[in-house]
Design a protein around this ligand. Structure first.
Ligand SMILES: NC(=O)c1ccc[n+]([C@@H]2O[C@H](COP(=O)([O-])OP(=O)(O)OC[C@H]3O[C@@H](n4cnc5c(N)ncnc54)[C@H](O)[C@@H]3O)[C@@H](O)[C@H]2O)c1
Length: 270
């Protein structure tokens, strides 16, 4: 029988920031490819509602309320994943926030907050998950960790310096972890995904920021400016990102680690 390396049957995933946007799409895609998925978010009402819809559709998904800045929340969510689904093979470190404004406008508190949510979460997620995923540990088979960075973690974008600095840290945290985990024989791959502008609540915030820093007069004009910056001439959909995550989570990506994947319509290739 043909072995389908893209199948996620018998794999268990944990996805953060799963109530909406890219995270919610990712949960649905992973579950439809056969994975059992623990969806987590700080917003328990929205997260539980999104999960209920998928469960009603027959998918094997559960919800855990989880602030990605808190170590105790990571410990609790990983523990419930092991108890409910009997393992952990895939971590999608997706939760993040965007704080815009020019560098001269940004306060130290804003810069620290965006670092806390976008970078502390990556550290805590990789640490908690790898402790149970690595060969010989409780879940013990190794696996795949996918960290959400951004095109703003690769290139300069006006109004994005605080956010971009945090996403640049995500990119390099990924490479250090990948090399270390590989050399130490954990059998855990770690890769980063760099979306361009995607149609979500956060994407809307970025359009508003283009207006606020004076790069466009209206939100509609901001959308046109971003399309012009994108060789494929359009904005991204949540599914575009979820499909890259499916690939990196699967055995089809078995020899890929420490790599960065742009899903940006060519924006960062120029
Ligand atoms: N949308 C884009 O254009 C875009 C572009 C590049 C990168 N990204 C990255 O992709 C990821 C998802 O983005 P999105 O557009 O779906 O965002 P979104 O704002 O639409 O959704 C983010 C989710 O994360 C949750 N969240 C926020 N803070 C949290 C915390 N402390 N603990 C747990 N959950 C928390 C929110 O409740 C929300 O459900 C983020 O890391 C983001 O930086 C998005």
């Amino acid at each position: 029988m043909f072995y389908n390396p893209l199948s996620l049957e018998n794999k268990v995933a944990l996805v953060t920031g799963a109530a909406t946007g890219i995270g919610a799409s990712c949960v649905e895609h992973l579950a439809r490819m056969g994975a059992k998925v623990m969806a987590t978010d700080i917003d328990s009402a929205a997260g539980q509602k999104a999960v209920n819809n998928l469960v009603n559709d027959g998918l094997n998904v559960a919800f855990s309320q989880h602030d990605v800045c808190l170590e105790e929340d990571w410990n609790r969510s990983v523990k419930s994943t092991l108890e409910k689904f009997g393992g952990l093979d895939i971590l999608v470190n997706n939760a993040g926030i965007y704080i815009g404004g020019t560098l001269l406008e940004n306060s130290l508190e804003e810069v620290r907050r965006v670092q806390q949510v976008n970078v502390d979460s990556i550290f805590l997620g990789m640490k908690t998950a790898a402790s149970v995923m690595k060969i010989g540990a409780e879940a013990g088979k190794g696996g795949s960790i996918i960290n959400l960075s951004s095109v703003a973690g690769l290139i300069g974008v006006p109004g994005h310096s605080a956010y971009g600095a945090s996403k640049g840290a995500v990119r390099l945290y990924t490479k250090h972890a990948a090399v270390e985990f590989g050399k130490l024989g954990y059998n855990i791959r770690v890769n980063s995904v760099h979306p361009g502008l995607i149609k979500t609540a956060m994407g809307e915030q970025a359009f508003q920021d283009f207006v606020d820093v004076g790069l466009a007069a209206t939100i509609d004009e901001a959308k046109e400016v971003i399309k012009t910056m994108t060789p494929l001439g359009k904005l991204g959909e949540v599914e575009d990102i979820a499909q890259m995550i499916l690939f990196l989570a699967s055995d089809a990506a078995n020899f890929i680690t420490g790599a960065e994947f742009t899903v940006d319509g060519g924006m960062s290739a120029q």
